[in-house]
Design a protein around this ligand. Structure first.
Ligand SMILES: Cc1cc2nc3c(=O)[nH]c(=O)nc-3n(C[C@H](O)[C@H](O)[C@H](O)COP(=O)(O)OP(=O)(O)OC[C@H]3O[C@@H](n4cnc5c(N)ncnc54)[C@H](O)[C@@H]3O)c2cc1C
Length: 425
């Protein structure tokens, strides 16, 4: 089939208007390209004073800057978000076996990273994924070059000589020179393009719980490591004069199954029993959801007129909250690469052009996956010398000012050479 430059033709079709796909669209909105976004699920609407939505993310400063530069942040700020100024990591005391005979060194096995120590007002924000998506949709509506088709499902993909034809379930046909697969971990685009992936499931699952707590909105997010898996606390914006937090309990499949079987009151009691003392006084358990954990990496990000971004290209263990931050950075680099090709009069959709995107992102994404594995396997281990080494390491990290500031800077994402969208302008 030939490429048909009719009204159903788009320079780029982005499949999946989640946080990452919407970033690519808004980043290219003024490039002169005609872009369609296909999304199969409408995000839950924003309602003031409601209980926050269950899916949340910790966005670092680099991601915030991308959203600011795209004119999306102001819409998000008008809904709900919670800045965090401090980030803490500690290891919960082990009382069993030989470990129980050791002096309790877990008291000082705590490291706290503070935005003030690196001259910043905050380290990041905890946001609700649906609200980020909403903020993007408000911005997309302001751009004439962007067309959001939602809800819509793809019925079929056909390869054209220089692009693709996508047929939607409504019967609408879209021809395009480039398909961006931003359709998440189960990416249909990746599967249709026969791009394989490396995948490994972790033994732990994550149980995410929305709770309300007594007192003011907290400015600290923390993780307490145990051999069974970490226990995390992520504060959220107050809603209807109530403070909320997202708790993430990582544990074995059996343990999560057991937690799921408890009613809200019993689960709340179990959380109070097992979480460290740093947990504020909980008032109620609201919603909850479990997630299997796996890492995956597409064998290539670029294949003839198809490019993958975000979770469609890679998924990472969420224990350090990096997934969508990596995805935003993918999107920002892709926008740079396409923009540069347009300026130079080159084919923005060719594999040669897009190879520059993969070159910049694959290595870094792999590095982050490896780092999460080091955390995951390092802290899951019950081995005695490792326990002592970890605690000593955390204790030293707490007192090592320079190194700690380096880690704090790293957590903001504002390090290395940043794509244009992540820079201050
Ligand atoms: C428990 C948990 C906690 C996490 N916490 C954090 C955190 O704190 N910080 C962080 O950075 N990351 C976190 N992540 C990871 C983060 O949620 C993902 O990396 C992020 O959602 C990926 O964004 P995305 O836009 O690439 O994909 P998605 O969010 O999956 O969006 C894909 C979009 O495509 C749509 N779609 C899918 N298939 C189709 C189709 N065939 N046609 C049309 N549309 C389609 C979907 O409806 C969706 O809107 C966490 C993940 C988990 C599981």
């Amino acid at each position: 089939m030939q490429f048909d430059p009719s009204e159903n033709s788009y320079d780029i079709v982005i499949v999946g208007a989640g946080m990452v796909g919407a970033t690519v669209a808004c980043g290219l909105a003024d490039s002169g390209l005609k872009i369609a976004l296909i999304e199969n699920t409408r995000p839950r609407p924003f309602i003031a004073d409601e209980i926050p939505h269950i899916r949340v993310s910790a966005l670092n400063l680099a991601s915030e800057q991308i959203l600011r530069n795209l004119g999306v942040w102001q819409f998000l700020e008008a809904m709900r978000l919670c800045p965090y100024r401090r980030l803490a990591v500690n290891e919960k005391a082990q009382k069993r076996g030989l470990l129980g005979k050791l002096p309790d060194i877990s008291g000082w096995a705590r490291t706290e990273f503070n935005s003030a120590s690196v001259g910043r007002s905050h380290l990041g924000h905890i946001v609700e994924n649906d609200l980020v998506q909403h903020a993007f949709y408000e911005r997309i509506a302001q751009h004439d070059a962007l067309e959001l088709i939602c809800p819509a499902n793809i019925k079929s993909f056909h390869k054209l000589e220089l692009g693709y034809q996508l047929v939607l379930d409504s019967g609408k046909t879209l021809n395009t020179k480039l398909v961006v697969g931003a359709d998440g971990a189960q990416s249909l685009v990746r599967q249709h393009s026969d791009i394989g992936q490396y995948q490994e499931q972790y033994e732990q699952h994550a149980y995410v719980m929305m709770v309300s707590y007594d007192g003011d909105q907290q400015d600290i997010t923390w993780q307490s490591f145990r051999p069974e898996g970490p226990l995390a606390f992520l504060p959220l914006a107050r809603s209807g004069d109530v403070s909320y937090a997202s708790l993430v309990w990582y544990d074995s499949v059996e343990r999560i199954k057991n937690l799921k079987s408890l009613d809200n009151n019993d689960l709340l009691d179990e959380v109070k029993r097992c979480y460290p003392k740093a947990l504020p006084r909980l008032l109620a358990m609201h919603t909850r959801a479990s997630f299997p954990l796996y890492k995956s990496h597409a064998k290539t990000y670029v294949q003839e007129r198809v490019v993958l971004v975000g979770d469609a290209a890679h998924t990472i263990n969420p224990l350090a909250g990096q997934g969508v931050n990596l995805g935003f950075m993918d999107a920002a680099v892709l926008v740079d690469v396409v923009g540069r090709a347009l300026l130079n009069g080159e084919d923005y959709a060719s594999s040669e052009t897009l190879a520059a995107y993969e070159k910049q992102r694959r290595g870094y994404n792999q590095l982050m996956m490896n780092a999460m594995d080091a955390f995951y396997y390092g802290f899951s281990n019950k081995h005695l010398p490792l326990y002592v080494a970890r605690n000593v390491g955390l204790g030293l990290a707490q007192s090592a000012g320079f190194a700690k500031n380096k880690v704090t800077e790293f957590a903001t994402g504002m390090v290395g050479s940043l794509p244009r969208l992540a820079q201050f302008h």
